[in-house]
Design a protein around this ligand. Sequence first.
Ligand SMILES: O=C(O)c1ccc[n+]([C@@H]2O[C@H](COP(=O)([O-])O)[C@@H](O)[C@H]2O)c1
Ligand SMILES: Cc1cc2nc[nH]c2cc1C
Length: 335
Amino acid sequence: MTAPFQTLDAFRSLIAELPGPDADALEAARARNARLVKPVGALGRMEDLAIWYAGWRGSEVPVVDQPQIVIFAATHGVAERGISAHRAAATREMVENFALGGAAINQLAQSVRAMLQMVELELDHPSQDISAGPALSEEDLLAALRRGWDAVNPHADLLVPGDMAVGNTTCAAAMAAALYGGDPARWVGKDGAMDDAALARKVELVETALRQQPDATSADPLKVLQGLGGRDIAAMTGAIVAARAQGTPVILDSYACCAAAAVLAALDPAAIDHVVAGQQGAEPGQGLLLENLGLEPLLSLGLNMGEGCGGALAIGVIRSAVACHAGMIEREEVI
Ligand SMILES: O=C(O)c1ccc[n+]([C@@H]2O[C@H](COP(=O)([O-])O)[C@@H](O)[C@H]2O)c1
Ligand SMILES: Cc1cc2nc[nH]c2cc1C
């Protein structure tokens, strides 16, 4: 679907007018759930998920048939600043792996029967180091939002926005600090293998970025995205909104993906009503971000990953919830 906005103001207006869930489908799904052969509430959050999914799909008894995972690959200026356990070149290497089918996400996509696409976002043009100035120009932000929107398959009935972009947990931490405040160090994590010196550099870089960019404050969430984010995070933001516009529920995955959702929630809390948190990963800031967004993760498997992996796993949970809702018989059918 081609992005229906040519300016950031048009993108803002679109967010103010997003469609809600189908009230009739929601009501019918709730009623059906109450009739199924089980004690009411016995399937816990699985019941809520099935009803939520039914509302967004506009059907009392929906199916999860064509889930889509999109990996947005981008390069970040901060990746050269010693704030990651990974070399900046790992982004390109992983892009090749995705294409060869050898990465974790390839296996997970296959095992949950999801479409998998990869979108390379100007890998030769890293976003600016956020401690030096805005990550993206307005033009680049708009272009990345549009790329994200265009990546969403019109037939997808569930979307996982994934990311491959060394350095993006630093950007996600800076965005979270700008949106929610508090000591920047609270938002910064070690991404597994980082040593203490790298962690200290990462905290300092986030502090410098927030000082250097007074414009990138929570007063304007799109300025937070432009100043402290990057192409992958902007593309995920566009994809989440595109999914909403076509009635496709979204599963959040990584810290960066949650930061994209946080930008939308700051613009309008209802803008992420079609979203669930697929997982809590190992980055403590991501858990904090989910708490601030009021989202309870479906899974907590200690992933330190990105790529859409946690979201992919959560497809199985939602598909199972929806399958119970559709396949179970109603009490009066019991003989
Ligand atoms: O979001 C997370 O929980 C997460 C934790 C560890 C690593 N990642 C992935 O690793 C990359 C970012 O890590 P870093 O340390 O370079 O900021 C990026 O490609 C993410 O998809 C993501
Ligand atoms: C270094 C590295 C970083 C990653 N980030 C997400 N997947 C990844 C895979 C590798 C190998």
